[in-house]
Design a protein around this ligand. Structure first.
Ligand code: ADP
Length: 354
């Protein structure tokens, strides 16, 4: 027998991402359309602990679909990681009659979602992070907007690089993942790209810049992921010293996290929001909504986390015990596919730099 839902909560947690508002709107409107009340929990999990929430009637989410940031605010809440904090959060849910939660954020947010789920508050996750660093999903809310912002910013740098015959090394966000750097490097026609996933041949990069300059190429762009730590600024200095090409350095940082979400992010966020509400109302819990083969699917959060850890080489003893041989084989296949895709795109960026 399916549980009758009367009220659900929605929150945004961890690093903000453009499109989170579109997801909140979608969750709220989808739930209301199905006769379920909605509250917006403010400031991520700290809003649950401190009982900080607003009722989301249809008009409360009017005019937010195009806004960057998150109107529910976001927070990093360490208290939520403690049993005491968790119990306060559950007491708030009971007090308000919140039957389930949609949590929009990254992998930390999903760990919090699992903690709520196992304590009897059904919770569904939605991937909202510009970094696209959740292995189970091909896309995450904010990724497309962030990449388009990088393009806009670096296209401007290219103008001035071309005028002055310079190189510009640009560091972009992405935490430990090179997705933003790799895709934007391709779209910008960068001469080189430095990401954690693929080995960077610095000597070959220097040689290429020297050869291309001798051939008359005036401007050069090198895109570096922040995941390759303490590297980008030094690389700019070395390029200038070793090639003689004047080289500037730019770190785009948080400018890439803000701004109006693109069509892709708004549509994606909207689809994820509706799908998350459908899962919750169907009695499901502890799932993260993902895109796989261009379709929205629900993935077990533990599976998603173990897949991530396997990909990053951070699995702990016994973590895979819950999974069947077929599931572990599926994880290995997904990881091999992702690695092959990175290698392929990386090779294309380097091949086309001429
Ligand atoms: P993101 O969701 O973007 O990865 P964080 O890692 O900062 O961002 O996580 C967001 C929030 O999720 C944290 O501030 C905390 O409230 C909650 N959280 C993270 N890890 C856990 C955990 N192991 N258990 C419970 N809650 C967690």
């Amino acid at each position: 027998m399916e549980k009758k839902f009367r009220k659900i909560g929605v929150l945004t947690s961890g690093g903000d991402a453009p499109g989170m508002n579109a997801a909140v709107r979608s969750v709220a409107r989808a739930a209301l359309a199905r006769g379920v009340e909605v509250v917006g929990i403010k400031g991520g999990y700290s809003g649950l602990i401190n009982d900080n929430m607003i009722e989301l009637k249809p008009r409360a989410v009017t005019g937010i679909i195009y806004q960057g940031g998150t109107f529910l605010y976001s927070d990093r809440c360490d208290e939520f990681k403690t049993e005491e904090g968790m119990q306060k959060a559950i007491a708030t849910c009971k007090k308000h009659g919140i039957d389930g939660i949609v949590a929009i954020g990254g992998d930390g947010t999903f760990r919090g979602a699992t903690d709520l789920s196992v304590r009897g508050i059904p919770t569904i996750g939605i991937p909202g992070t510009i970094d696209n660093d959740i292995t189970a999903t091909e896309n995450s809310i904010g990724f497309d907007t962030a990449m388009n912002t990088v393009l806009e910013m670096v296209d401007r740098l290219r103008d001035t690089c071309e005028s002055h015959a310079r190189c510009n090394v640009v560091e972009v966000m992405g935490r430990g993942a090179g997705d933003i750097a790799l895709n934007t490097a391709m779209a910008l026609g960068a001469v080189a790209c430095v990401i954690p996933e693929c080995p960077f041949d610095e000597a070959a990069c220097m040689e290429k810049i020297r050869t291309l300059r001798a051939d008359g190429k005036r401007s050069f762009l090198v895109i570096v992921s922040e995941g390759v730590e303490n590297f980008s600024e030094g690389l700019a200095k070395r390029i200038q010293a070793e090639t003689g090409v004047e080289t500037k350095f730019a770190r785009l940082a948080h400018v890439v996290r803000g701004g109006t979400p693109t069509l892709t992010d708004r549509v994606f966020a909207t689809k994820l929001g509706v799908a998350a509400v459908d899962q919750l109302l169907a009695g499901k819990s502890n799932l993260v909504m993902c895109q796989q083969n261009n379709k929205i699917v629900a993935v077990d959060i533990l599976y998603s986390q173990c897949l991530d850890r396997k990909y990053k080489g951070t699995l702990k003893e016994g973590m895979l015990e819950k999974f069947s041989a077929e599931e572990i084989a599926a994880m290995d296949a997904a990881i091999a596919e992702k690695k092959a895709e990175f290698a392929e795109l990386y090779a294309i960026v380097n091949d086309l730099a001429r």
